[in-house]
Design a protein around this ligand. Structure first.
Ligand code: SF4
Length: 351
């Protein structure tokens, strides 16, 4: 297939439009490199509306790189609780330590140096570089790939890494610098989010660059981007135990690496295991077991299908940390994956 190229007029077309439509978001009011970095990490996989309160809380408590390095891990997880993808928060802190050690506590105004920090990939380095430092560094994500493949009516499969590299290169060739870089990056993002939308028909009648868009001219924007089908997610079925004893519940810390690393959870086990046998190990009476709530949580590559089991134990088993519902809600970072069980804690706290 032919190489992709983009008309230069896309840059003023999108930048001028963005000036007129930009929303008043907290990280746009003061686009300091630190604020742009924190917002870009929070916005990965998370909707703008959901990020706003987290961003405000985070910036009020940790307003600079050094505050972030000094924040203890449990507090950091608590500030992140509910946003998901907790490795993002851990990587923020790791990167902050490097910024203090290697860059005097100031984010480096250099794409490769940004790219070398924990948790900063091509997209985020491009976004920070262009928005905070005015560098001509494209930030290419699914939204931008959709917009670009439509403008150029380019039918390469966007799940291939080479396609992303080609799109990035095509953008580099037309990227402005200074304020223009910031406006163009944000204009592309905004168009992808609000006009050239992912599901359903794009709002081409509202698009400021429809006259430059080949897919629009051909009448087939939804033929782009071309994407090979995703692999199905793995389903994991689990028992989740709400073990109570004298007003407290059993929780435990997850392993230090892997999914939801080092966060807190209710004891759980794969569905292949027999609940009565597990419970006996913890000193519980299988006959006292009652059905609890059920929940599903969807991660990127795996789904948890959870069935709750409630049991009152006569002794607090030492394998667990025992905490009241209020402590579980206020102190321990239990991820949203356990939302239905946290709701039970809410009910008990208010009773
Ligand atoms: S004209 Fe339509 S398809 Fe083309 S970039 Fe604009 S919104 Fe997307």
């Amino acid at each position: 297939m032919q190489n992709i190229s983009l008309p230069r007029e896309v840059v003023p077309g999108l930048s001028d439009w963005y000036r007129t439509v930009s929303r008043d978001l907290p990280w746009r009011r003061d686009p300091s490199p630190y604020g742009v970095w924190i917002s870009e990490i929070m916005l990965q996989q998370t909707r703008i509306e959901a990020v706003i309160p987290y961003y405000n809380r985070f910036m009020a408590e940790l307003p600079g790189v050094e505050d972030l390095t000094a924040c203890n891990d449990d507090r950091l997880m608590k500030l992140w609780q509910g946003l998901g993808y907790y490795s993002r928060a851990r990587n923020l802190k790791k990167a902050a330590v490097t910024i203090v050690k290697d860059y005097g506590g100031v984010l480096p105004a250099d794409y490769d140096a940004l790219r070398g920090l924990s948790g900063i990939g091509d997209y985020t380095a491009g976004a920070i570089g262009s928005i905070a430092f005015g560098l001509p560094t494209p930030a290419v994500d699914g939204n931008v790939m959709r917009v670009v493949t439509r403008i150029a009516a380019w039918g390469e499969d966007i799940t291939k890494p080479q396609t992303k590299r080609d799109i990035t290169q095509a953008l580099r060739e037309i990227y402005p610098t200074g304020d223009g870089a910031s406006l163009f990056t944000q204009g592309l993002m905004e168009l992808g989010e609000a006009v050239c939308i992912p599901n359903g028909t794009p709002k081409c009648a509202e698009c400021p660059i429809s006259h430059l868009c080949l897919a629009y001219g051909q009448g087939n924007p939804t033929d782009y981007p071309v994407k090979s089908p995703k692999k199905a997610r793995r389903v994991e079925e689990k028992w989740v135990f709400l073990l109570s004893c004298r007003g407290k519940y059993a929780i435990r810390k997850r392993p230090e690496s892997g999914l939801l690393a080092a966060l807190w959870e209710f004891p759980n086990a794969p569905k292949e295991e027999i609940p009565a046998e597990i419970l006996t190990k913890w000193g519980g009476d299988p006959n006292a077991m009652a059905k609890g709530p059920e929940g599903v949580h969807i991660f990127t590559h795996v789904e948890w299908h959870m069935t709750g089991l409630r049991v009152e134990l006569s002794e607090q088993h030492p394998d667990f940390t025992w905490a009241t519902p209020a402590e579980i809600l206020d102190i321990y970072a239990v991820p949203t994956a356990f939302k239905v069980f946290l709701k039970e804690m809410e009910k008990e706290r208010t009773e």
